[in-house]
Design a protein around this ligand. Structure first.
Ligand code: RP5
Length: 298
């Protein structure tokens, strides 16, 4: 009740601070050097994040990585005369709609729906505007000698974590939704590639894994759909995801599989779920929601 009253007071007195309180985003894509570059993000205070907040002379540096130029999965440069994107729409094979609703366009560029990031351009991201991903949260209970392990009287959940090759951080085995791909396909493909190394498995093994994952991934619970606080986000390009929990209650399907890192992952493990997790982007928040839904220790 006290927290509720506090929120109402902040909402009435300081609307832009209230937005920050509710969203808790833009911590990982603000300040410091932009990934794989020597460009420093412009530094500013939390209440200057929303576009609605006044920021006289806001003029952040521009960064567009050369590594994505002419890649088949990437958009052309924003000023390429042949580039005529349909913002906020399904643009041919490319989904330019945002889970967050309609985003604004300013000077011909999409504007990050969660506000300023201190850098313009699209950084290392392939698409201007939303870049869509999908994250499988594969969980099982922590069991030792046949006994479910508890902490503070609640069972300990474990999830399948991968170590990202690009930054070394632990994360969910998610990935980008390919053009024309269904989210359900992306979830299966990314899990097979990153956590079961399907790209290097024998044909037989691959087939077995695929069948098992197809069955196991039939019943998922949507944990999150929306904007991701990803360190690659800029003022004009950002990550969005759909995170789905697939839980192996008795540990007899995916839970008993030997995990093997592959593709963009350099490590993989069953990781204990706990509030001290420090994962890539907003992944700790997704895990917290999954733990709460399963009434697990957090
Ligand atoms: C995050 O980036 C998403 O939550 C997803 O886990 C990931 C997708 O990007 P890549 O792993 O393909 O680089 O924002």
């Amino acid at each position: 009740m006290i927290i509720y009253l506090f929120e109402i007071i902040i909402l009435c007195l300081y609307p832009s601070d209230y937005m920050i309180l509710r969203r808790m985003v833009h911590t990982k894509c603000r300040g410091g050097r932009y990934l794989f570059s020597d460009v420093e993000r412009l530094v500013f205070s939390d209440n200057q994040v929303p576009w609605s907040a006044k920021f006289v002379g806001y003029n952040p540096p521009e960064y567009n990585s050369k590594a994505i130029l002419n890649k088949p999965w990437a958009d052309p440069a924003i000023d390429d005369p042949s580039f005529k994107p349909k913002w906020n729409e399904l643009d041919g094979d490319v989904n330019r709609k945002s889970h967050t609703g309609s985003y604004s366009i300013s000077d011909g560029r999409p504007l990050n729906p969660e506000g300023r990031t201190g850098i313009r351009g699209r950084g290392v991201l392939g698409k201007w505007g939303p870049n869509h991903a999908a994250d499988p949260i594969v969980t099982r209970w922590k069991v030792e000698d046949g006994v479910k392990q508890l902490k503070n009287s609640k069972p300990i959940l474990q999830f399948c974590a991968i170590q990202r090759r690009d930054c070394g951080q632990w994360a969910l085995p998610g990935g980008m939704v390919d053009p024309n791909e269904q989210v359900s396909q992306t979830l299966r493909r990314e899990f097979l590639e990153e956590a079961l190394n399907s790209l290097e498995a024998s044909k037989d093994q691959s087939k077995k894994d695929e069948d098992m994952i197809k069955r196991f991934f039939q019943n998922g619970v949507v944990i999150y759909k929306g904007y991701v606080d990803d360190p690659r986000n800029t003022d004009n390009a950002w990550m969005e995801t759909v995170a789905i929990n697939f839980h192996d209650e008795d540990g007899k399907s995916v839970g008993k599989f030997d995990l093997k890192a592959g593709d963009d992952a350099q490590g993989v493990q069953w990781m204990d779920v706990d509030r001290n997790l420090d994962l890539y982007a907003s992944h700790s928040n997704f895990i917290q929601t999954a733990a709460e839904k399963l009434n697990a220790h957090w």
